[in-house]
Design a protein around this ligand. Sequence first.
Ligand SMILES: [Zn+2]
Length: 292
Amino acid sequence: MTETVGRFAPSPTGPLHAGSLLAAIASYCSARAAGGRWLVRMEDLDSPREMPGAASLILHQLEACGFEWDGDIRYQSRRQDAYEAALEQLHGQGDIFWCRCSRTDLARLPSPAYPGTCRHFTAYRTDAAIRLRVPHGVIQFRDTVFGMQHEDVSQSIGDFILKRRDGPYAYQLAVVVDDADQGITEVVRGADLLDNTARQIVLQQRLGLATPGYTHLPLLVHADGSKLSKQTFAPALPLEDTAPLLLRALQQLDQEPPPDLAGEPPAAVLAWAIEHWRPERIAPGPIPQLPG
Ligand SMILES: [Zn+2]
């Protein structure tokens, strides 16, 4: 039997808010309910968007909510060698090519999928992005909340970027390499990443890596239907009196916590949530986040 390993992987572009709390609590309960480990990974590859001090603030927010992670925090900014090794493997297999198409070049084309213009550039070129040669074929996976998903990435997206022209490794590559390296068996995260999953599975297959289970969570939305995010100024989670917030997150995930838990410490709320964790109850529709 494989041990369950879950993870919470915030980007330190700002403090945690009610939307990120859903991903934290659901990934935590899912891993702990299975007797497994829960890891925290900082996805800090996009340095221009990062907020100084956000990574340590996030860890304080998690502690204030009663979360206990296993092992050391992983920082993607320190993992360049592993991402480079994955690119070398793909290069050896003939799976990548170097592309200098500009965004404007691609925007002029009729199809949203990359047309394969630079596929013949299979050797290193300066000032170029690296793309994965995406094979034809439908990727299929079952999401715990959203059910069966099908996507032919070669049709929907085409050859996608693994390393940007201006230097950084792409999110898709870093996530796939780190999930495998950390032995993650289940990915629990917001539904805004549901349409990234097929790309990540394509990459796992090219790299010969296992595919974890996937649970995507309904998104919290403002009254106008827009997603709650750092960009839309969702308020930061406070560092004290967090039990009511945990309770509200559990209600939003359809876990039906008893209201008297609100007077308990955060660790007691989480202990209840782990014991009563029922992911099959989570409804996929967006959740309006009311103020207060
Ligand atoms: Zn190109």
